[in-house]
Design a protein around this ligand. Structure first.
Ligand SMILES: *Cc1c(COP(=O)(O)O)cnc(C)c1O
Length: 421
């Protein structure tokens, strides 16, 4: 459920009519609903009631400071994957002891920064990383809490580019081979081995792969305890899918019930890292039709948003529902259309073969479910400035990331001094 609904034929974000935002802000822009963010967080948290659980919102899904703050105020910590993300969550007001640091390629600089900030836990993904983290901690006379991410070799049944729990993925350390790595970690100075971590992929639409992986993780905790490790945390990662208008993923309640069943009696603090589930349907991308181009075979609706603004369709073949902002403005019988951007790539398709009443030039369209892995993945390809992000709360709105100006776009470029100005 979200808070983007029609009132008198006009699509609103909560109580804000989208044509008003398009008028004042210009298009394209991303728009986020506070009430939807809060609702999705609450639904997930309620599904975990009764468990000793903590939620760390995976900010890579949407790292806008206002989004992070909204979720932090609702009770979320943060799962981060870079030094830049640590800076973002701190700027948004997340307490250091609510931060978990994941990722396969943490540099020593990032480790030192995270350690000095006093984060809760490092999720380590390889043996060399273990050595590096031990060095960094020892140089500071510190001891850091770690979990080691195991790779259970489970097929998440999701798109191959967002599948992370197979043995040929770069993530985690294969189980049970990881037992030796836990043993090594216990010997290294500066490290306190606290947990097992797992994250098998994103946009999972079935519970079975989760259950299979969680059972392996639970067995790993038991095995590691009998090996002498004091494991008291189990990080189950994120990955629960959302309905993009095609698949029908399991509900958070069913997910929570399964987790309760699989982890019963384990006596670990459970940690969760949802990203997409919280933010995907709390955001939309608003765009304006520039031209409608008819060829003998196709109708192309050319919009001012493109693959550099929203790359998910190009990268993953992702589906975003497309709806008009004004109902009934375009007329006629539905036809298949391709909604494309101005970028000079044939892959610049936001929606392919959509059966819809062909919109008119200047019409506003909305790509739904654009709150996750959308604005964060934007680039300036084709020298297109980054588009703004707007947050709505009730009848109020605020621009929470400004549109990049052409001056800003050019500002980081420089000509070498051997070229005359
Ligand atoms: C990306 C990621 C997540 C979040 O995944 P979602 O599919 O957005 O829930 C959680 N944990 C780790 C380690 C990740 O890399």
């Amino acid at each position: 459920m979200d808070h983007f609904t029609y009132k008198n034929g006009i699509l609103h974000a909560e109580d804000v009519p989208l044509p008003d935002l398009a008028e004042t802000i210009g298009t394209p822009f991303y728009c986020y609903s506070t009430a939807t963010l809060q609702r999705h967080y609450r639904v997930f948290a309620e599904a975990l009631t009764g468990l000793d659980a903590e939620i760390f919102y995976a900010i890579k899904a949407n790292d806008n400071l206002a989004v992070i703050r909204t979720l932090a105020e609702a009770g979320a910590g943060a799962d981060v994957v870079s030094g830049g993300e640590i800076r973002k969550v701190r700027a948004a007001g997340v307490a250091p002891d609510r931060i978990v640091f994941s990722g396969v390629g943490k540099t020593r600089e990032e480790m030192a920064y995270a350690l000095d900030a006093g984060i809760l836990q490092f999720n380590v993904e390889s043996e060399p990383e273990l050595d590096a983290l031990s060095d960094v901690a020892r140089a500071r006379d510190a001891t850091v809490d770690i979990a080691i991410r195991i790779n259970p070799d489970v097929d998440a049944g999701t798109h191959h580019k967002i599948s992370t729990g197979r043995k040929d993925n770069k993530f985690g350390i294969a189980w049970p081979e990881a037992r030796a790595v836990f043993a090594k970690a216990a010997e290294l100075p500066g490290l306190a081995v606290r947990g097992v971590a797992i994250h098998i992929g994103s946009q999972l639409t079935q519970l079975a792969p989760f259950e299979q992986a969680f059972k392996i993780a639970v067995d790993a905790v038991r095995q590691l305890r009998s090996d002498g490790h004091a494991i008291d945390r189990l990080d189950l990662g994120g990955g629960l899918g959302v309905p993009y208008g095609i698949a029908d993923p399991p509900s958070p309640a069913d997910y929570g019930a399964m987790v309760k069943r699989v982890t019963a009696g384990l006596g670990c603090k459970l940690m969760f890292e949802p990203g997409r589930l919280i933010v995907a349907n709390a955001g939309i991308l608003v765009t304006r039709v520039i031209y409608v181009k008819r060829s003998a075979h196709k109708v192309f609706v050319i919009t001012d948003a493109a693959m550099n603004d929203l790359i998910r369709p190009t990268l993953y073949g992702a589906h975003h529902a497309v709806v008009p902002v004004l109902q009934g403005r375009a007329e006629g019988t539905p036809e298949p259309v391709d909604i494309v951007g101005p970028v000079c790539e044939s892959g610049d398709i936001l929606a392919e073969n959509r059966e819809m009443v062909v919109p008119l030039a200047d019409d506003l369209l909305v790509l739904r479910s654009a709150g996750a892995y959308a604005a964060v993945m934007a680039s300036t390809y084709n020298a297109r400035p980054l588009v703004p992000e707007v947050m709505v709360r009730g009848a109020a709105h605020a621009v929470v990331r400004k549109r990049q100006t052409y001056d800003e776009l050019l500002a980081t470029n420089a000509l070498p001094d051997w070229m005359s100005p």
